[in-house]
Design a protein around this ligand. Structure first.
Ligand SMILES: [Zn+2]
Length: 73
């Protein structure tokens, strides 16, 4: 039985660190420009809904979109 030691460069150098300390590998920025259906305000958001915070407080809900939600993958 041969036991080969792997070079440390192959291993994940952050494996020993707690999850919170590890650098984020994928930066998820889905910032996009939307128009609020409630007040027609154009703004940038990374949220799924187009409704701005103000209208959300008022209870405005986004209209149903025709495009289907893409599955994660
Ligand atoms: Zn609004």
């Amino acid at each position: 039985m041969t036991e080969e030691k792997q070079c440390s460069c192959i291993k994940n150098p952050f494996a020993n660190l707690p999850p919170g300390m590890r650098p984020k590998q994928r930066k998820k920025s889905s910032l996009h420009k939307v128009t609020c259906p409630g007040c027609s305000r154009e703004y940038w958001t990374n949220r799924i809904t187009d409704v701005c915070f103000d209208c959300e407080k008022k209870g405005v809900s986004a209209p149903e979109k025709t495009n289907t939600k893409r599955t994660k993958g």
